[in-house]
Design a protein around this ligand. Structure first.
Ligand code: ZN
Length: 455
């Protein structure tokens, strides 16, 4: 069995909470797809030894909410200075219908490359461009790119049975599918790609784009039942803006969390992106039911949506995880940037004791894995999957630091990932993604953006 010894790390964060966040271990052994030992270890005959002097080791980050297709819709000027509704109309709904198989492949490659180089090793992608007669299966395209690049990949299988009101006649509307087609395709993807095991490389989640707007209430309930009978989890967007809460109050005569609960969208197998606007009772319900949140602070900042009450949710018992959201509403869709921003935003609003780095890393690793049903992922410990990252601390940004363990987050900026592994397989080596030509990718992206702008 392949064996690798990572030796002499200057610090490690385990992904655990409080007293378990740190370890005195300087060395870590990978055998096959898992971590088999941590401590002060000596090399074995024939073992590969990685000198980690000057490096910090973290578990690979688990990104629980993304839209990879948006990696070719960064910085669209019509969407730069407007709130969510206008942004949806002028960016993803404006360009999404024009993105075909090649565009999805390029966008997914860009997004996963950016994530890998920020220390992220598991990607949950909320893809919602599903229609009839597409001529290709977007799910297969995404799983193929993820496999080629070596990341764990969870498809949050989005889509809608009905269009949104701002889809105009002049341009193609966002694709939709009737419920029976939607459910049949989710079932097909589940059989084809979903691995129920806690160390899976591939999972599928039922994820209609937005509960209020993507389908009828009865269809939403039917989707929840179908997911549970398939043994897959549930995900969607919720309460991203104050408008969302107003819509629930005025039109549905309810609160978003109550309404989801009435339609069987609540519980430990459910996660919602954003949940920026919750009242105290909704927070308590999420806590009691162990419902999870994918907290996306940079996107919420970029769109002026607000700051999610994640500390209160965690306190109540909800599972808090971290997502970068699509790059069309977060041009720095990287996990180090996301955690640095989270660390700053919550403290700016709630004071210096509001948020520790260790808790953020726990949310972005162990909790993210828990949300996705990956129980053997997200923590550095013997027996866990070998998904881990070495951050190079020799950059001047980190020189002079008194606490290497937290420095990748406190210092922010571009992460210096030297090496990364997923299930014991090298996915970043000396700062490069093996087999990926970044110059070629950048050229393909430029050509595609020109084409998209002309659409
Ligand atoms: Zn989103």
């Amino acid at each position: 069995m392949n064996s690798t010894l990572i030796q002499n790390a200057s610090a490690m964060l385990t992904g655990g909470l409080e007293t378990e966040a740190r370890t005195s271990a300087t060395d870590l052994r990978i055998e096959g797809d898992r971590i088999t030992e941590m401590g002060s270890l000596t090399p074995r005959a024939g073992e590969r030894v990685v000198d980690a002097r000057g490096c910090v080791v973290y578990p690979g980050f688990v990104n629980t909410h993304h839209h990879l297709f948006q990696s070719v819709l960064k910085g669209v000027s019509a969407g730069l200075n407007v709130p969510l509704f206008e942004w949806l109309q002028s960016v993803p709904y404006r360009y999404g219908p024009y993105l075909g198989e090649e565009a999805i492949e390029i966008a997914a490659t860009i997004g996963i490359a950016e994530l890998l180089l920020s220390g992220c090793t598991t990607v949950a992608d909320h893809h919602y461009l599903f229609g009839t007669n597409m001529g290709y299966d977007p799910s297969a395209t995404l799983f193929n790119v993820a496999e080629r690049m070596g990341v764990r990949f969870v498809l949050l299988r989005g889509g809608a049975t009905m269009g949104r009101s701002f889809a105009t006649d002049e341009r193609p509307p966002m694709p939709t599918q009737p419920l029976d087609v939607f459910l049949r395709e989710v079932e097909h993807s589940t059989r084809q790609f979903h691995d129920a095991s806690p160390q899976a490389m591939r999972k599928v989640v039922m994820a209609p784009t937005t509960p209020f707007y993507s389908c009828t209430p009865d269809e939403l309930r039917e989707m929840a039942r179908a997911a549970r009978s398939l043994g897959i989890r549930l995900h969607s967007h919720l309460s991203e803006t104050a408008d969302y809460v107003r819509f629930a109050r005025d039109v549905l005569k309810s609160r978003p969390v109550d309404w989801c609960a009435e339609h069987e969208w609540i519980g430990p197998d459910v996660s919602f992106a954003h949940m920026v606007h919750l009242d105290a009772e909704e927070i308590a319900i999420c806590g009691q039911t162990k419902t999870a949140i994918a907290h996306c602070p940079q996107s919420n900042g970029r769109l002026g949506s607000g700051v999610a009450p994640v500390q209160a949710l965690a306190q109540a018992g909800a599972t808090v995880s971290i997502g970068v959201d699509g790059a069309a509403s977060n041009e720095a869709a990287d996990m180090i940037s996301e955690l640095h921003a989270a660390w700053m935003i919550h403290r700016a609003v709630k004071g210096a004791t509001a948020q520790s780095v260790e808790t953020l890393v726990h949310w972005a690793t162990a909790n993210g894995a828990k949300v996705l049903g990956l129980d053997y992922v997200g923590t550095l410990a013997s027996g866990m999957q070998a998904d881990l990252v070495l951050y190079d601390m020799t950059h001047p940004r980190y020189a002079g630091n008194h606490d290497d363990a937290t420095a990748p987050i406190t210092a922010g900026g571009a992460a210096q990932v030297r090496h990364a592994w997923v299930a014991g397989r090298t996915v970043v080596c000396d700062g490069q993604i093996p087999g990926l030509d970044l110059a070629e990718l950048s050229a393909r992206a430029r050509a595609l953006v020109k084409k998209i702008q002309a659409s």
